[in-house]
Design a protein around this ligand. Structure first.
Ligand code: NAD
Ligand code: FES
Length: 272
């Protein structure tokens, strides 16, 4: 059992939990994730580790309510427990000195870029961070991202904070003013696809983090299969990070929609 040490609601549908999991906290690296199960009959869901504090033994998970399990999770609060957490899972981000790096997070995907921003800053890179969201109140973790960034650009779809536009417009702005040696994009699938097109147009290497449905998280069930450079890979063990240019985006985006109806029915039944 893992106790929620601290919980905070970040926006209408987004929550920020610190959960006690000392073994995971001592090993977690940027880019890795956990698979969580709230109770014995619960669904297993993957969540990126947004931060880890070895001294207190806590890990930070930031999530958006999108289905029944995340709705159940959002009802928990400080002092409640979660049955099991498996992790850290997945291949970590390659943290090294690239030069100037640009890291774009979209919506709740901002939580997933935080450890990468931190890691790349600590490795001596010039870090340019882009936070994109629909509106000002959805721009999460601004303070933490700013602390580890040489430059922080905010883009909102409605222009209520920072520049008006999508993260891709902010990427163009950065690439047009200085040389970027490598970039990362994490957020909705469409965002990651278009960030890949933008980076590729300017010949900047790009990594994305894929979040398909996962079950075991150990490469055995095949639920998380994705096509990378024409070969089948399992996001849980081969990823979740891949070169954006090698992802079969049409297949990934279509597989992400596969259980949409069932998810909506399940959530509606739970909310009745
Ligand atoms: P959202 O739909 O509000 O989009 C956030 C931002 O992404 C937008 O403000 C925009 O700047 C950018 N964006 C969206 N579509 C774009 C497009 N077509 N072209 C360019 N930019 C675009 O995000 P949300 O509602 O917070 O959803 C977050 C999504 O991120 C969820 O679907 C979740 O599954 C995913 N996510 C992925 C990971 C991962 O590891 N890949 C981690 C956390 C969340
Ligand atoms: Fe089962 Fe990846 S989640 S193979």
């Amino acid at each position: 059992m893992h106790k929620i040490s601290k919980s905070k609601q970040l926006s209408e549908n987004e929550y920020d939990f610190w959960i006690n999991a000392p073994l995971i906290a001592s090993k977690a690296k940027p880019g890795q994730f956990v698979i969580l199960r709230i109770n014995e009959i619960g669904e297993r869901i993957p969540l990126t580790i947004a931060d880890a504090d070895d001294s207190s033994g806590n890990i930070r998970l930031v999530f958006q309510v999108i289905g029944k399990t995340t709705a159940e999770l959002g009802k928990l609060t400080t002092g409640d427990t979660i049955l099991d957490l498996t992790g850290p899972l997945g291949m970590p981000t390659e943290i090294k000195k690239y030069g100037t790096v640009m890291i774009a997070g979209g919506g709740v995907g901002i939580a997933a870029i935080l450890p990468i921003v931190k890691g790349l800053k600590n490795a001596g890179n010039r870090v340019i961070t882009i936070l994109g969201a629909k509106t000002a109140e959805l721009v999460i973790l601004q303070k933490e991202c700013r602390e580890y960034s040489d430059e922080l650009i905010i883009a909102t779809d409605d222009g209520t904070l920072g520049m008006k536009g999508l993260v891709t417009a902010a990427m163009e702005h950065v690439i047009n003013k200085e040389t970027v040696h490598c970039c990362w994009a994490i957020g909705p699938s469409m965002m990651m696809k278009f960030c890949t097109l933008t980076a590729t147009k300017h010949e900047v290497p790009i990594f994305v983090s894929l979040n398909p449905i996962m079950i075991d998280g150990t490469g055995m069930c095949g639920g998380c299969r994705v096509t990378i450079d024409g070969s089948i890979k399992f996001a849980c063990v081969d990823g979740p990070e891949f070169k954006g240019t090698e992802v079969n985006w049409d297949e990934f985006i279509s597989r992400m929609k596969q259980y949409k109806t069932e998810e909506e029915t399940c959530l509606a039944g739970y909310q009745k």
